[in-house]
Design a protein around this ligand. Structure first.
Ligand SMILES: Nc1nc2c(ncn2[C@@H]2O[C@H](COP(=O)(O)OP(=O)(O)OP(=O)(O)O)[C@@H](O)[C@H]2O)c(=O)[nH]1
Length: 365
């Protein structure tokens, strides 16, 4: 089973878009094989010249292999799926016209393939390309039919060729229009899928990120804490801290609400810059923040908070000149098996003590 998977990987590659193109290629190869089988039967029954048929089979087979190589190298060569699809369709049309020319009394049946080729285009080509391909194929078929009836009117009666051309024109144009509609439908579906995934991403951001500070919001932080409760911390344990900007109401009153917002934004940037990669800072509400420090001993957590305080003291805030911004923090170490709600409650009490003791300080619970 794994050998088969490895073989498929070797043939198809691992890229999804490439795989899809190669799947279409494999489907056309099945058609080639069926057609080659039928041509060989025609040859065995004396309906088609063996040497010409042999040349056509070689031409078709090498062409199919060349397209496999082209598809595999398409990313490097900068070939787009629609360009590949159209060139494959042009090649198949040429093969079909050659088969038409050598199939004698069976030639009209061969034309069924042209409809199939145009139908295949709906998966990769654009509607305009499909229409142009159909018109080009009709012109090619017309040329072949004209040449055949002009050179051998007994085997290829002009009226038969003309009527065959008429049927082919109807079938090809109708298929091109249908295929074009299907292509449009596919493009619409693709666009809708893109819009849907963009909308889902927006919803995800709205549901997890605080709009003003771009920090994790309270809702998302509850999920982070739940996950952290299930995790086994290292020997240092886990710390949690509640941070509250000091005299924030005064900032709002003195400089205005917009300046207060700017303080919150600047605080978030400065605070985040002091954190380790796996620390999580959330806006817990108003001017209050919750900091999760996984695998951090209390002294490490205190260092992080002191570093943060230094940055916050020195941070520039647009619209708030001449005022030093500070915060108070209550820091708690989560006890083994303790729910985070309890650790946060202890951190909250420590924060209250920090405020009572004069603010701009860190108190350990
Ligand atoms: N600009 C702005 N203000 C906010 C926001 N959320 C809450 N606030 C304000 O933050 C202020 C918080 O004030 P208090 O809870 O009295 O605390 P404080 O003035 O910081 O005083 P201490 O915490 O005791 O140092 C209130 O005036 C709220 O209106 C916000 O998103 N933007």
């Amino acid at each position: 089973m794994s050998l088969l998977r490895r073989l498929v990987e070797l043939l198809y590659g691992s890229d999804r878009a490439l795989r899809r193109m190669l799947q279409y290629w494999a489907a056309t190869c099945v058609l080639y094989v069926v057609c080659i089988g039928l041509v060989l039967v025609q040859v065995s029954r004396g309906m088609t010249d063996g040497e010409t048929a042999h040349r056509l089979i070689v031409f078709g087979s090498w062409g199919a292999l060349a397209f496999y190589a082209l598809i595999r190298a398409s990313a490097r060569l900068g070939l787009k799926p629609d360009q590949l699809a159209v060139s494959q369709a042009v090649f198949s049309m040429i093969c079909t016209m050659c088969a038409y020319a050598i199939s004698g009394p069976l030639r009209a049946a061969v034309l069924v393939m042209t409809v199939l080729i145009i139908a295949f285009c709906m998966f990769a080509a654009r509607p305009r390309q499909t229409l142009l391909l159909s018109i080009g194929s009709l012109a090619g078929a017309g040329g072949v039919m004209y040449w055949l009836q002009a050179h051998d009117p007994l085997r290829y009666p002009p009226m038969t060729e003309l009527l065959t051309f008429g049927y082919l024109a109807g079938a090809l144009l109708a298929t091109a229009l249908l295929s074009g509609e299907m292509s449009k439908l596919r493009s619409r579906l693709k666009r809708q899928r893109r819009e849907l995934s963009d909308a889902l991403e927006t919803i995800r951001v709205l549901a997890t990120v605080d709009e003003l500070t771009s920090l994790v919001n309270r809702r998302r932080m509850h999920e982070v804490l739940e996950a952290e409760e299930r995790r086994q911390p290292d020997e240092n344990g886990t710390c949690i801290a509640l941070l509250d900007i000091d005299f924030f109401k005064q900032v709002n009153d003195q400089f205005g609400h917009a300046a207060g917002d700017a303080v919150l934004r600047s605080f978030s940037i400065a605070a985040r810059a002091s954190l380790r990669a796996n620390d999580v800072l959330a806006r817990w509400g108003g001017e209050e923040f919750l900091l999760l420090l996984p695998d951090a001993a209390p002294e490490d957590a205190r260092h992080v908070l002191e570093r943060m305080a230094e940055r916050v003291h020195g941070m520039p805030v647009p619209g708030v000149q001449g005022r030093r911004i500070s915060f108070s923090a209550g820091l708690a170490t989560r006890r083994a098996g303790e729910p985070f709600a309890d650790a946060i409650h202890r951190a909250d009490n420590a924060l209250y003590q920090a405020k009572e003791a004069g603010r701009d300080r860190i108190v350990l619970a």
